[in-house]
Write a protein that binds this ligand. Structure first.
Ligand SMILES: Nc1ncnc2c1ncn2[C@@H]1O[C@H](COP(=O)(O)OP(=O)(O)OP(=O)(O)O)[C@@H](O)[C@H]1O
Length: 363
């Protein structure tokens, strides 16, 4: 079931929380809505579900306008963060619930309901606990039951609001892999809300990055990682170091170190140089490619990679993280001075990117 979202605006009182949202979500995909708290993700999800009404704009499922349809007629399944299982019902009864309350004409026979629930129990690998009550399950198991319960009625669209939010890191990771596999088998269309970039990048076919009620970028996780559309997206994805300086033509001054851009720029004023940990290059000697002195404050070997914590030395800035192949750093120790350069990176002046994606500055 494809979802078409057109020109959605939403205000609560005088505050506009969604601004002209336009999205096309193809059928069978798992789409992650990613953004900081308050960016409007849940509101958008609730508008798709029909639980909230937009001030303007349209929503269609498979080309059919559902804007004016009540939530219960949209055939959407919902999974929330806090399981919302019925405590007095067994796992089996919880999963069967949606089917057993259907109007008589649509309700499957008892035998068919049992067959369906057994199938779902197998799919979530919980057949052995069918007769337990929710209180006798772990958090991860409860959430799997919540999934099965919403899938039982075969929704056209499954909407998930921070479905793994209440679980610990390990269970979260397992469950999101499980959701991905389930999705690959069953091909339903899902939209899930998360503020965790790793989670969104790990499981989504497409990620929609939101900020302040607007869509900043939509794309595959790879495309968003490789080509963040804005400074906000680059920063929000995390794992990026920021070095502030003053831009003047093709010169970028960090503290009293004048660095050279490989291109001429007409911009002037404050600018920030963004470097991901693997884009940092280090040398034991100062040279044109490695102009900035840094102090090594931590060294962590991680398999074939070494992770370093670096403190700016003699120029203003924050602690940085670098990640380099082991062989480049044999013998590097805490307390040692190294010289920093780059193998890429991005320079932003205000919201504007000054250069394309691969920028190397030199002295
Ligand atoms: N029923 C409501 N009445 C008034 N304001 C609301 C209501 N629901 C949401 N808001 C406001 O709308 C904005 C967007 O909220 P929303 O819950 O959609 O954001 P979110 O990105 O899902 O955030 P979070 O990750 O914290 O859940 C926030 O400023 C919030 O305070």
């Amino acid at each position: 079931m494809s979802i078409h979202i057109e020109g959605i605006n939403k205000s609560f009182g005088k505050t506009q929380v969604l601004h002209d949202i336009n999205l096309d979500l193809p059928s069978g995909q798992l789409v992650g809505l990613l953004g900081p708290s308050g960016s409007g993700k849940t509101t958008l999800l609730r508008i798709i579900a029909g639980l909230e009404h937009a001030n303007s704009g349209r929503i269609s499922f498979n080309g059919n306008d559902v804007t004016d349809l009540h939530a219960r007629d949209r055939q959407v399944g919902f999974v929330f963060q806090n399981y919302a299982l019925f405590r007095h019902m067994t796992v089996f009864e919880n999963i069967a619930f949606g089917l057993s309350i259907l109007p008589k004409a649509q309700r499957p026979s008892k035998k068919d309901i049992k067959q369906k629930v057994d199938q779902l129990l197998e799919m979530i690998q919980l057949s052995q606990v069918a007769q337990r009550f929710p209180a006798q399950l772990s958090g991860g198991q409860r959430q799997r039951v919540a999934f099965a319960r919403s899938l039982a009625v075969e929704p056209r669209v499954l909407l998930l609001d921070e479905p793994f939010g209440a679980l610990d890191a390990q269970v979260r990771k397992e469950l999101r892999r499980w959701l991905r596999r389930l999705h690959d088998e069953l091909h339903f269309t899902s939209v899930f809300v998360t503020h965790d970039q790793e989670e969104a990048m790990d499981v989504s076919d497409q990620v929609v990055v939101m900020s302040q009620g607007k869509v900043e970028q939509i794309g595959t996780p790879d495309a968003i990682w490789e080509e963040p559309a804005s400074r906000f997206v680059l920063e929000f994805l995390g794992e990026v170091n920021k070095i502030d300086g003053e831009l003047n033509g093709s010169r970028f001054k960090v503290g009293h170190y004048p660095l050279q851009l490989p291109i001429a720029s007409h911009k002037q004023g404050s600018a920030s140089w963004y470097l991901r940990p693997h884009e940092i290059s280090l040398s034991t000697e100062v040279n044109a490619q490695h102009p900035l002195p840094v102090l090594v404050t931590d060294v962590n070997a991680r398999g074939s990679l070494v992770q370093l914590e670096l403190e700016p030395k003699d120029w203003p800035g924050q602690l940085m993280e670098a990640q380099l192949p082991h062989q480049h750093l044999i013998g590097v120790k805490r307390g040692q001075t190294l010289y920093l350069g780059s193998q890429g990176g991005r320079l932003y002046a205000g919201e504007q990117q000054v250069t394309d994606s691969s920028l190397a500055l030199t002295a």
